[in-house]
Design a protein around this ligand. Sequence first.
Ligand code: ATP
Ligand code: MG
Ligand code: MG
Length: 470
Amino acid sequence: MSEPQENPDLLRFGWEEWVSLPDLGLPALKAKVDTGARTSALHASDIESFGSINAPKVRFMVHPVPGREDLAIACSARVVDRRTVTSSNGESEQRYVIASALRVGDQSWRIEMTLTDRSSMNSRMLLGREALKDHITIVATERYQQPRLSYDVYTTAKVRTAAPNRSLRIAVLSREDNYSTRRLVEAGEKRGHSVEVIDTLRCYMAINALAPEVHYDGKRLPRYDAVIPRIGATITSYGTAVVRQFETIGTFCLNGSDGILASRDKLFAHQLMARHRIGMPNTAFASSPKDTDSLMRLVGNAPVIVKLLESTQGKGVVLAETKKAAQSVIDAFRGLKANFLVQDFVKESAGEDIRCLVVGGKVVASMKRTGAEGDFRSNLHRGGSAKVVRITREEREAAVRAARAFRLGLAGVDLLRSDSGPKVLEVNSSPGLEGIETATHKDIADQVMAHVESSVRPTPVRSRKALPDA
Ligand SMILES: Nc1ncnc2c1ncn2[C@@H]1O[C@H](COP(=O)(O)OP(=O)(O)OP(=O)(O)O)[C@@H](O)[C@H]1O
Ligand SMILES: [Mg+2]
Ligand SMILES: [Mg+2]
């Protein structure tokens, strides 16, 4: 009988080696060989299944660097199986099985691994027989037979793009099953994410310092990678409280609670835009009826616009052609204890305004809305019509700066074309997608999802101390 020959195609493997799991976004990991186990295992925390029953996925956190719990990479993968695994100490546990490419040096092959949240597992990863057979030959007394990697990769920008196809768990906070909500769900799922619509008013909250949570339907809500708030104007206060709670937990919110609140309060919004030197119509407001006359002088004389602060869809926007008319509108609003502002009427915009949709700091689409015959208001809800428009650089800059002032990832900025440049009227934090997608034939929901993806990529860790084994 001849001695078994070492296959030269097999990789020499010590008892511990550097590997990477590119599908999971883990570019450097130390794995121990565990020939006593059939299946490989990855040490993960916060393991949660999600997605549809037909294609279940699992979401988990991996702390690739021992002793650096601050460094957490969010991973997701398709569930390929569930298996009862009995570990070396005799305890058995139901585990999710996932698959990923395993890269060692310049070779890579697909392996399966179970996910386990056992702090007793002192290694991040154990490589079982199944993963190793046909690929390696073991040199049991050595380690690092294969090229060494470095944990330093987690401090570089590379970590952001390590898992470009990570499947995300996204919540759309919305009370309505409308066009925009449906399109966001559709676009997210098309990109491989799982998107759940959550009724904002059904969320309830446990507010405390150590473990803030959001509950829904009797259960604590899972951790989402991202929340897309679509807060209706009638529930701004409660809706922004829910968003704030997600922010407290550390969930990425496409639009923040502060930005949504600011966009809903026309006075505050105008002050914020003024602070950022964004062009807008001359605007004035006063509380006391004694000041009506001088208030009107502040914006220039009639015709003026009088606007209810809580107006949407153009419902509380009045054009007063004469000073007398303006005074009676103001008296009427005051009589109803309604808050309003007075604004210079931008005549030359002639019943037209421009809606710029800003996603992630870029104008991705714009349309010109023209009011119904005889109406100075161009709102689509008032019977206006929309068509695609080319905007000027100045208009683009105004829209981008306005969205940035409110720190909104998704904003509908409305502006008027005046003789002295663009005048921003308002910034909407839950802009509808139907009108603009129809007018421009653009897939805006997809662009929103692309922006969400890039916003939730892992950020490189900042490390003053060198990472171990670097
Ligand atoms: N100062 C102004 N000069 C000329 N037209 C104006 C002025 N302010 C408003 N308009 C017209 O009235 C419309 C409605 O005004 P605005 O957008 O401020 O109100 P809104 O009720 O908040 O509407 P939205 O549904 O867009 O939130 C504008 O789209 C614009 O066509
Ligand atoms: Mg508005
Ligand atoms: Mg408007």
